[in-house]
Design a protein. Structure first.
Length: 281
């Protein structure tokens, strides 16, 4: 069913679209030279989805759309916001378990509607939730990495149905390369039972090992402290990529993992996230 949806036109082949930063390209060239000499069994890149590959959060946007359409009577948006302040892991899981009882096809349909929206945001309970769009430089990077032989994967703390649709729609990353929060589906309806590992924090490492394998990624990218364990898995011959609005988080990540691994910073447009309290995973 994913193949029936046309891939998003992000002008990857348009010379006017954003180019990859020179320092990132240089690092990739150096990596390629190393591997040409030493060899490597498989080149893997793994990225977070929300606010890394995407400008915005697909899980939050789909949740908001479901609420606006009357599909989710429980878990008010403000309660979700409060949960984020107490425990991001609990908040992310609560958005997924709130969909318990919904037909899988409803989540699929609403996700596609969100991905096709032309407006910039959804308004819910006086909050503005960004409609996700591909980060143009990240789209360029994914295309380039695939061109030179990388297997590109996504590990996200959004629900897996929406994460897979977004990754395919915007980046042509196949669904079997995308892993999100998974829940049991019983007779076509979602249940409140979540499958381990939950891909949040150390759970992203567990998801990588279970679903992708034992070979460390050459390139890993994220935007949140919860992505740091995944970034720390990166092969020391490769690099980690921090996507953010400012360099504060990047400097913290550099302090944690920068001694043994090159870390690049990629600017995320400040106005891409319209909800001032919006979270990163």
């Amino acid at each position: 069913m994913y193949q029936q949806q046309p891939a998003y036109s992000n002008k990857r082949d348009d010379p006017s679209s954003p180019e990859l930063p020179a320092e990132i390209l240089h690092t990739i060239f150096e990596i390629e030279k190393q591997f040409t000499l030493s060899g490597i069994p498989k080149k893997i890149a793994v990225f977070d989805l929300d606010n890394t590959l995407l400008l915005g959060d697909i899980g939050e946007a789909v949740y908001a759309a479901l609420k606006l359409q009357g599909h989710l009577p429980g878990l008010a948006w403000e309660k979700y916001r409060r949960l984020l302040n107490a425990s991001k892991a609990e908040a992310y899981c609560s958005v997924v378990t709130a969909m318990s009882g919904l037909p899988e096809r409803t989540v699929h349909k609403v996700t596609l509607e969100v991905l096709s929206r032309k407006d910039a945001y959804l308004e819910l309970e006086k909050s503005f939730i960004a409609v996700p769009r591909p980060h143009p430089v990240m789209a360029r990077l994914v295309t380039y990495l695939r061109l030179i032989g990388y297997h590109v994967h996504v590990i996200s703390a959004s629900n897996e149905i929406s994460a897979r649709l977004a990754a395919w729609r915007f980046f042509e990353i196949p669904p079997f390369n995308v892993f999100g929060i998974r829940q049991r589906i019983d007779r076509g309806r979602l249940s409140g039972e979540l499958f381990e590992p939950i891909p949040i924090g150390e759970g992203k490492v567990a998801a990588y090992r279970r679903f992708i394998g034992s070979i460390d990624p050459i390139i890993a990218g994220g935007d949140s402290p919860l992505d740091v364990p995944m970034l720390q898995m990166t092969d020391p011959r490769g690099f980690a990529l921090w996507v953010g609005e400012e360099k504060v988080g990047y400097e913290i990540v550099q302090q944690k993992i920068g001694k043994n691994l090159k870390v690049h910073f990629l600017q995320r447009p400040v106005d891409s996230q319209l909800d001032e309290e919006s979270s990163n995973d």
